[in-house]
Design a protein around this ligand. Structure first.
Ligand code: S3P
Length: 447
């Protein structure tokens, strides 16, 4: 069979990515870009600290660029995001400058939600915040309400949508019991607590990613966690000090290669330097449960985060049920997990994942529609997906709905589809993975 050809066409700011014919194998060693969640936090804490922060391995994607632009507009000096080392000259807690224009969080929910906690707690400064069409349709009341309980003054469009206006002021500490397990909500409130006298606590129904807690501590904040009750507490007013942050590879980006390596026959990939923080490794557990052959190699700790190389080899997959507390630990990997489920024997059921409806797109609806266009057997549930594996995929035209994780999931599905697949609006991948197409090419040609 001829080797897979990957062609990118650009028409009026949109890329269409065509993949054909189906891959015979994916092989080689792959480095994934820096973790998106850790990258945002490194830029934000660097900006709020005194002194210089050096960030190695920052994700040079569109989302961290949005964070960098917002904090530059408020006085932080952040070097160009074009090399492996990014420096931030911080301005100190409570010293954000009032920006002279609207802050634009672009497509990034993490930028908008985490930043709101910082803005709301800066006395005597006024901020306006917006984002792209997708972000302006995502719910912000989940952070506005607890911030208002702390005394914050925030205005929004009806229904709790951006654009937003914030009059910063001194807040009071609260114990917020969040109805959803969300690291963005938790981090927003903890960041607001940084500049609030006393102890601010967030309790979640299940543990979400804990990068904020880890990094806040490293920067000198007083943070305690109770994993038993899924609670985190920050004691306000401790100054932050610039640090060296080493950002591990993003397990959410590695997930595309883990699934590609598992489902394309005769494959073997090693994905180097992947962050394996236990609050993020649900994808490894789910794929292993499905029978994937994944090994952790060279496990180590780098700058407070566990890291490993991940080796995946193709194997036959079987269906599984994914629900409950594991969901926040693989929330961003559900679209690619759905692709794995299309080849698994039996019916995979994903539940308790209604949060996917308010991501960069309605990921349940979009994945069901797009995979079904390719011949899969996917039923949309109110809070998940039911996928019966084994119906062969056929290449056709599909659409990312400008959602980065959908674009890349569909590209992996294309590797096992008969006939050419064209993914419209594939440029979305640059939000979290600017080199995705080049790496895909590399993995297909090393075979
Ligand atoms: C993120 C938390 C998650 C995740 C998002 C990044 C973060 O969102 O989906 O991609 O960096 O805190 P939620 O907290 O809304 O689940």
């Amino acid at each position: 069979m001829p080797s897979t050809t990957i062609t990118l066409h650009r028409i009026a700011n949109h890329d269409s990515l065509t993949i054909a014919p189906q891959a015979t194998a994916v092989r080689g060693r792959i480095c994934v870009p820096g973790d998106k969640s850790i990258s945002h936090r490194a830029l934000m804490l660097g900006a709020m600290a005194t002194g210089e922060t050096q960030i190695q391995g920052l994700l040079l994607g569109e989302d961290p660029r949005s964070t960098a632009a917002c904090f530059r507009a408020m006085g932080a000096i952040i070097s160009e995001l074009n090399s492996d080392l990014v420096t931030v000259q911080g301005i100190g807690l409570g010293q954000l400058r009032e920006p002279v224009d609207v802050l634009d969080a672009g497509n990034s929910g993490t930028t908008m939600r985490l930043m709101l906690g910082l803005l709301a707690s800066q006395p005597r400064r006024f901020f306006t915040v917006t984002g792209d069409a997708s972000l302006r349709s995502r719910p912000m009341s989940r952070v506005i309400h607890p911030l208002q309980q702390m005394g914050a003054q925030i205005w929004c469009r009806s229904g709790g949508y951006a654009p937003l206006a914030v009059q910063g002021q001194s807040l009071k500490p609260i114990h917020f019991r969040s109805p959803i397990a969300s690291a963005q909500v938790k981090s927003c409130i903890l960041l607001a607590g940084l500049l609030t006298e006393g102890q601010t606590t967030v309790t979640e129904p299940a543990l979400s990613r804990d990068h904020s807690e880890r990094m806040l501590r490293a920067f000198g904040a007083e943070v305690s966690v109770d994993p038993e009750t899924c609670s985190a507490t920050v004691t306000g007013m401790a100054p932050l000090h610039g640090q060296t942050v080493i950002v591990p590879g993003d397990i959410s980006s590695a997930a595309f290669w883990l699934v590609a390596g598992a489902i394309v026959p005769d494959s073997e990939l090693v994905i180097e330097n992947v962050g394996v923080n236990p609050t993020r490794t649900g994808i490894l557990e789910a794929l292993t449960l499905m029978g994937a052959d994944i090994q952790r190699q060279n496990e180590r700790e780098v700058a407070g985060e566990p890291v490993a190389d991940l080796r995946v080899r193709s194997s036959l997959l079987k269906a599984c049920t994914i629900s409950g507390d594991i969901i926040p630990r693989l929330i961003d990997e559900i679209p690619i997990l759905a692709v794995a489920a299309t080849v698994a024997q039996g019916t995979t059921v994903i539940r308790d994942a209604a949060e996917l409806r308010v991501k960069e797109s309605d990921r349940l609806a979009v994945m069901a529609t797009q995979l079904n266009r390719m011949g899969a057997n996917v039923t949309e549930l109110p809070d998940g997906l039911e996928i019966t594996g084994g119906t062969p995929l056929t290449g056709t035209e599909v659409d990312s709905h400008t959602d980065h994780r959908i674009a890349m999931s569909l590209a992996v599905a294309a590797l096992i589809a008969r006939g050419p697949t064209t993914i419209q609006r594939a440029e979305a991948a640059a939000i979290s993975y600017p080199d995705f197409t080049a790496t895909l090419q590399q993995a297909c040609t090393t075979s």
